[in-house]
Design a protein around this ligand. Structure first.
Ligand SMILES: Nc1nc2c(c(=O)[nH]1)N[C@H]1C(S)=C(S)[C@@H](COP(=O)(O)OP(=O)(O)OC[C@H]3O[C@@H](n4cnc5c(=O)[nH]c(N)nc54)[C@H](O)[C@@H]3O)O[C@H]1N2
Ligand SMILES: Nc1nc2c(c(=O)[nH]1)N[C@H]1C(S)=C(S)[C@@H](COP(=O)(O)OP(=O)(O)OC[C@H]3O[C@@H](n4cnc5c(=O)[nH]c(N)nc54)[C@H](O)[C@@H]3O)O[C@H]1N2
Ligand code: SF4
Ligand SMILES: [Mo]
Length: 749
């Protein structure tokens, strides 16, 4: 171990020690220091920090004790996002960090006993380097891969991506945003020229007609839903969802369409909107491309076909088409996983974008084709993950982009790969073939969340070395690891998250991570030293120093935030939405989006200029294809999966740690069954059943409810078993899994 590494470790440990007033005053090494608060704290000192669960990006006031550690929290009433509100996860976001399940020391699997055993950081780092370098020398540089996350700050994401690709010569990497936002990313990039969700949350309040497609914000984005509830325009709320969800129950129009019939339905609505004269010819002529081809294509999709394919009454579709065609109204389109997770998801997202474009419903208050993001920093990972695009939304294959990144980061262009990484499913195939031998998993739990789960477990044996970096030592993935690296969570470190409406917000360190757990940022820095490439990252000396590098990388991009001074500026302003270029420094491609002050709510495309080379938005479309796994005699039910309650977060590794959140949600894996099907199968509520698909089996407790349609069942995604059933079906453009439509059979357990 190099002496530089030993020194770094000593410095790190010093800052993880007791919170003395001396430490409070000292600036941080690697950003692990304490929040910038005065040494002598009044007992009621308060700072703010962004919630680390969902992409709403609520701000929380954290009340600190005299030692600078968080005592408790309350929602921030001055933040333009949540306006004094928080959902149960936000309220409990400190509590979930206090758990005996936290990983408090590195764990290494003992080859003799087969058990994970505590080791020191130097031993863990040596094991990481020896094993991964050993794999690379035996099987080539590209035999390593990582799978990361949308749940760590962008400085950490960028450091990870840069370390892996520029320092460790790695190529193949992906993240859980593939399961989540890949579709929206590709759809926007193709249609608008950049991955740029155009809206601001004020649009929830300023819209006359809100169309939610495959989105259940009452459960998944409760504070966004509160913003809808503040809408004083007596809005029509149209929900397209096969289930009668909590959101559908609050809507003025619920369209319980046949699952995965969205594309034909949206084409039918577009076709009828044209007939009704709802198109905006001036906007189309001035700001779009390819409309004539789209119009010709729509001739084959009359509303009657949409009604037949979606199973919805024609009269109801007529009513909705009339609302969408009314250009005196402000219409906004919102979509989430019911769209992004599908076999033709990119074109479905673009069918919504096309509707907004052809009616000119974009760039004005209360309008837009708006993808609601999932995780707290999925938007950051789309820009700075260094996974599908080069840092800052750049292109790996563009020589000018490579040169820019190399100049700003002082990294030889030869170190920046030109080849594209494999996507998530291709990485798993690579493991299966023996091409990928070492895997590093950071802040995600694929042994629960990836589709066709049995295969993920089987692939474990094909890996020579598996490293898992998580807050908790007991996740499904951590238990499979050869090496567990204990990480600090949101609240225990600093950095920037970007929310759904492009708002950069800062998280603050308000408590010390337990035991020897370190911020992911610090772990990556230590790995860089141990690997021998620490010199490449000298300028990345702290999260905020890294933020300044990323800010420079954003210069001239649609996401330009060169006007942001630093963390304090973000905190002072209540977050800042990109773009926010430095004054007088707006590049021409930013058009009218170069604000001179960070006004609290900003939307894109007010001037109708998009980010494509022609500055026009492009209509994309394809003929709908049947969903690949329809119900059949052997597997007669269609299984839908998704969020079960506002108190549960994904695989439960965080939310299950709070006694309050545990009380707020069912503890068992439920399966929701329609009363008619339950009667036919002789099932009663509370009964245990066995569910089978072509890939695996799961057990669940029956909940009889008419919120699902006959022939369809719904399982919340918060228990590991349900993904044994789901199918490896992917959208061809985004390679995002279609988690919400596979065929299953049900029988009493
Ligand atoms: N409480 C809580 N909140 C969360 C999360 C969480 O785990 N728990 N996760 C966060 C993340 S990462 C994400 S991505 C978001 C997800 O947020 P949402 O996408 O809103 O949540 P889901 O329940 O996955 O799916 C939304 C709806 O899609 C519907 N659907 C299924 N198939 C179809 C279809 O073919 N067509 C249409 N139109 N609809 C369909 C489902 O019935 C479901 O009601 O939530 C975020 N917020
Ligand atoms: N069937 C089905 N499956 C789905 C979905 C569905 O709708 N249906 N939805 C998909 C979607 S949209 C998503 S986003 C995925 C989510 O899937 P996952 O990412 O696998 O789920 P999480 O439980 O959020 O896992 C995140 C892990 O990161 C850890 N963690 C949290 N913060 C930090 C940190 O700061 N540092 C480190 N190192 N670790 C941290 C947590 O402890 C947790 O173990 O699931 C997908 N899977
Ligand atoms: S809505 Fe999302 S960001 Fe807001 S408190 Fe709840 S989980 Fe946190
Ligand atoms: Mo997600």
């Amino acid at each position: 171990m190099s002496s530089a590494l030993n020194t770094s470790l000593l410095r790190l440990r010093a800052h993880e020690g007791p919170m003395t007033s001396e430490l409070v005053r000292r600036p941080a090494d690697f950003g692990l220091g304490l929040p910038q608060v005065p040494a002598r704290l009044a007992p009621t000192a308060t700072t703010t920090s962004i919630c680390g669960f969902c992409s709403t990006g609520c701000s929380l006031k954290i009340h600190l004790g005299p030692d600078g550690q968080a005592l408790n929290l309350s929602p921030d009433d001055r933040y333009p996002v949540n306006l004094g509100m928080a959902c149960p996860k936000g309220w409990e976001s400190l509590a979930v960090l206090d758990s005996p399940d936290r990983a408090t020391t590195p764990l290494l699997r003992n080859k003799t006993t087969g058990r994970l055993e505590p080791v020191s950081w130097p031993v863990a780092l040596a094991a990481f380097v020896q094993n991964f370098k050993g794999i690379q020398s035996a099987h080539g540089a590209h035999s390593l891969a990582f799978l990361s996350t949308g749940q760590i700050p962008m400085e950490e994401m960028a450091l990870l991506g840069a370390l892996f690709k520029f320092g460790m010569d790695g190529l193949h990497c992906d993240s859980n945003t593939r399961q989540c936002m890949a579709t929206a990313h590709v759809a926007y990039k193709q249609s608008f020229g950049f991955d740029a969700p155009p809206f601001t949350y004020a649009d929830f309040e300023e819209s006359d007609v809100l169309v939610f497609v495959g989105a259940n914000p009452c459960i998944a984005h409760p504070i966004m839903w509160q913003r809808v509830m503040r809408n004083k325009r007596n809005p029509r709320i149209i929900v397209l969802d096969p289930r009668r969800t909590e959101t559908a129950q609050c809507a003025t129009h619920h369209l319980p369409l046949r699952p995965k019939s969205d594309l034909v339905l949206l084409y039918g609505l577009a076709s009828r909107v044209l007939e009704l004269g709802g198109a905006d010819p001036d906007f189309i002529a001035a700001h779009t491309e390819n409309f004539h081809a789209f119009r010709a294509f729509l001739a084959d999709y009359p509303l009657s076909l949409a009604a037949a394919e979606s199973g919805l009454p024609l009269a109801q579709l007529e009513e909705v088409a009339a609302l969408l065609a009314d250009r005196t109204k402000r219409v906004s389109y919102w979509w989430t996983m019911g769209v992004n997770q599908g076999h033709e998801s990119t074109r479905t997202a673009q069918a919504l974008i096309n509707l907004a474009l052809m009616t000119g419903q974009i760039g004005r208050p209360g309008t837009g084709a708006n993808s609601i993001t999932g995780q707290c920093n999925a938007m950051g990972s789309r820009l700075f993950g260094n996974v599908t695009s080069l840092l800052g939304g750049h292109d790996f294959s563009n020589p000018a982009h490579r040169e820019k990144v190399s100049r700003i980061l002082k990294i030889d262009t030869a170190r920046i790969p030109t080849e594209k990484s494999w996507a998530y499913d291709q990485i798993l195939d690579g493991i299966d073939r023996g091409d990928i031998r070492g895997l590093w998993v950071i802040a995600t739990n694929p042994a629960h969340s990836w589709a066709n789960q049995n295969r993920v477990h089987a692939l474990r044996d094909k890996l020579d070395f598996l490293v898992v970096q998580d807050l908790y030592a007991n996740t499904e993935m951590a238990q499979m690891a050869d090496l567990v690296l204990p990480a600090a969570g949101t609240g225990e470190k600093e950095g920037v998250l970007i929310n759904s409406e492009r708002r950069l917000g800062v998280i603050r360190k308000v408590r010390r991570a337990p035991g020897q757990a370190l911020a992911d940022f610090a772990i990556f820095k230590l790995i860089a030293e141990a690997w021998g490439c620490g010199d490449l990252f000298r300028a990345w000396s702290s999260p905020e120093a890294t933020f300044r590098l990323l800010r420079e990388l954003s210069r001239g991009q649609p996401c330009d935030f060169t006007g942001v001074e630093g963390y304090d500026h973000l905190q002072r302003e209540g977050g800042i939405q990109w773009p926010f270029p430095s004054p007088g420094n707006a590049e021409p491609q930013l058009g009218s989006y170069a604000p001179t002050s960070p006004s609290r709510e900003r939307r894109l495309f007010a001037d109708g200029r998009f980010f494509t080379p022609s500055r026009r938005a492009v209509f994309h479309f394809d003929a709908p294809r049947p969903a690949p796994e329809p119900p059949c005699a052997e597997y007669p039910f269609l299984l839908n999966t998704g969020r079960g309650s506002s108190a549960q977060w994904h695989t439960g590794s965080r939310t299950d740690k709070s006694a309050i959140l545990r009380k707020l949600a069912p503890r068992a894996q439920l399966i929701e069954v329609h009363p008619a099907d339950a009667a036919r199968l002789g099932l009663s509520s509370g009964q245990r059943v066995r569910i089978r698909s072509r890939r695996g089996e799961a057990a669940a407790t029956v909940a009889i409810t008419a919120t699902v349609q006959p022939g369809q069942v719904f399982m919340p995604m918060h228990h590991a078993e349900m993904n044994r059933l789901t199918a490896p079906v992917f959208d061809p453009h985004s390679r995002q899994p279609s988690y919400k439509a596979c065929a299953v059979a049900i029988s009493p357990a």
